[in-house]
Design a protein around this ligand. Structure first.
Ligand code: OGA
Ligand code: ZN
Ligand code: ZN
Length: 522
């Protein structure tokens, strides 16, 4: 990484390079000097500082950022869980389903449903009111409706002069919708209003799983499908749509990213070469009975599915019988955004609940509650101009006490710095968790190296020092000072020690939510 100066400089986080508010970059890649090189490199415990040649610009990079893993594309098979029918119908697995009202009222339930759409390709909401137009409410609960020539929503029922076989009582074989659209709608919703006819059962097939099976069993066929653009067409009196895309779309890393499959709107492929053998081979994999999940939609059920991955189907139904679904399209990017923001909200709600619940308990014989103590530490960090990750560490440093403080005062080391850091690891990177992990060690360290530090400790802190192992030996202190996070941990420790003032006014937890939100891991 340090051997790639253009990359490193392009990622400079300083306020001259990026807008501190939006994080967006001010400069063009061509603005960087052709002869850009690292002038001097100062390696510190938790950050590296680069002075650039030839312009003398300075960049400071947190080590945690330098070593962070690359994000995966959640659209590609690398971010999915592939399935066969049995994977979702045999205990302990169950269909990803939820009640509509619970989904609306409980963020955690919304998270579970939207994660299922992203990871498994679908979810089933039950109890959506049996009223026309409700499918739009469902789409708008996580994203934006994609209007098409069929309207904002479309009715799936027997029509007198159907422009699409979906609007007859025929069986519809597994397919993805609207392959003739570019870009294709990435999410489809089907809301059942009536399903009283004999027949009309639903089926779903994981197209990514089928593609992966084809790749393993017949790599030649897979390769043909991945490189052959296929014309898909749709026309009626007002509309003429066409798109040229492969049946299996593979990203530049070789991962399956989209599947398009629809016999009804497949146009004429000129010069097919070996395409038809490959097409039939894929179609046979898709038709394996063990791949198809079958179920029946009842009134109030709404299926949300990834139209770039799952194929959907229905059996034929009795023409005179009553069957009426309403469908709509939406997109995965909006759903992914809703999911990501929901993850933030849920994480911050959980933390806030710790402050307003167990945090209101006494803090180890000090004249403040645990929540007051941590809020004071964060306020002190903020007032001192500490960087955001240190404000967060100060705010969260004693989270591990929330259910073990009494133990510590009874003379048992509850190792709260470690339990706290481990808990926080669900949400934050090491720049936040490691100062928390080391804040007890930092006390033992400061006792060893700073002559008057120990004398200033509060009575309770002096007591817990004994339980926690007493001052470090000279050798331990040298080992501690060499740790990457030592300086940050000492900084947090100083805010911690000063945050025990009875009745001091501090901002509420809510004040720190935006700062925490920016530090949450994606
Ligand atoms: C559709 C469709 C399935 C059904 O309208 O695209 O495939 O269950 N309908 O009627
Ligand atoms: Zn369809
Ligand atoms: Zn503390």
């Amino acid at each position: 990484m340090l051997d790639n100066p253009m990359w490193l400089r392009d990622n400079c986080p300083c306020p001259d390079c990026r807008d501190p508010h939006s994080g967006q970059k001010f400069f063009q890649i061509t603005d960087l000097p052709d002869d850009l090189a690292i002038g001097t490199l100062a390696e510190r415990a938790d950050q590296i500082e680069v002075t650039w040649f030839p312009d003398g610009h300075r960049s400071v990079y947190p080590r945690a950022w330098l070593t962070a893993p690359a994000a995966v594309d959640h659209r590609s098979e690398a971010g999915k869980r592939l399935w066969s029918a049995a994977d979702l119908t045999q205990a302990p697995e169950a269909l990803p389903e939820a009640d509509w009202h619970t989904y609306l009222s409980m963020p955690a339930e919304r998270l579970r449903v939207l994660e299922a759409v992203q990871r498994l390709g679908f979810a089933l909401l039950r109890g959506v009111p049996v009223e026309e137009g409700q499918v739009l409410e469902v789409a708008e609960s996580f994203g934006y409706v994609r209007e098409t020539n069929y309207g904002r929503l479309f009715d799936v029922r027997v029509e007198p002069a159907p422009g699409n076989l979906a609007f007859t009582s025929r069986a519809i074989a597994p397919h993805t919708d609207n392959p003739y659209r570019d870009p294709v709608p990435t999410i489809q919703l089907l809301h059942c209003l009536t399903n009283a006819a004999e027949g009309g059962d639903s089926g779903l097939v994981d197209g990514f799983h089928a593609a992966a099976l084809l790749r393993a069993e017949d790599p030649g066929a897979f390769a043909v499908l991945a490189r052959t653009p296929v014309p898909f067409v749709y026309r009626d009196a007002q509309t003429e749509l066409s798109a040229f895309r492969p049946l299996i779309d593979v990203d530049p890393l070789g991962h399956v990213r989209e599947v398009r499959f629809n016999n009804r709107s497949f146009g004429t492929l000129r010069s097919p070469g070996g395409f038809y053998d490959a097409y039939r081979a894929f179609a046979k994999v898709l038709a394996r009975p063990e791949l198809m999940l079958t179920f029946r939609l009842g009134p109030g059920d709404c299926l949300i599915f990834d139209n770039t991955r799952l194929l959907h189907a229905r059996t034929a139904f009795e023409q005179s019988g009553a069957r009426h679904l309403q469908g709509a399209y939406a997109d995965l990017d909006g759903l992914a955004s809703t999911l990501a923001v929901l993850r933030r909200t849920i994480a911050l709600d959980e933390l806030e609940a710790l402050f307003t619940g167990p945090g209101t308990g006494d803090y180890l014989g000090e004249p403040v509650t645990m929540a007051e103590h941590m809020l004071q530490a964060a306020a002190l960090a903020e007032a001192a101009g500490a960087s955001a990750h240190l404000v967060a560490s100060a705010l969260l440093h004693d989270l591990g006490h929330l259910d073990g403080g009494a133990e510590l005062m009874a003379g048992v080391d509850n190792r709260h710095s470690h339990t706290g850091a481990d808990l926080l690891g669900r949400w934050f990177g090491p720049e936040v968790t490691e100062p928390v992990r080391l804040h007890v060690a930092a006390k033992r360290y400061l006792c060893a190296v700073e002559p008057d530090y120990r004398a200033r400790l509060s009575e309770a802190s002096e007591f817990t020092l004994q339980v926690q192992g007493g001052p470090m030996s000279a050798q331990e202190a040298a080992g501690f000072a060499a740790l990457p996070g030592a300086a940050d941990a000492v900084a947090v420790r100083r805010f911690d020690d000063a945050a025990k003032v009875a009745g001091a006014a501090t901002p509420a937890f809510a004040h720190f939510r935006p700062l925490l939100a920016r530090l949450l891991r994606g």
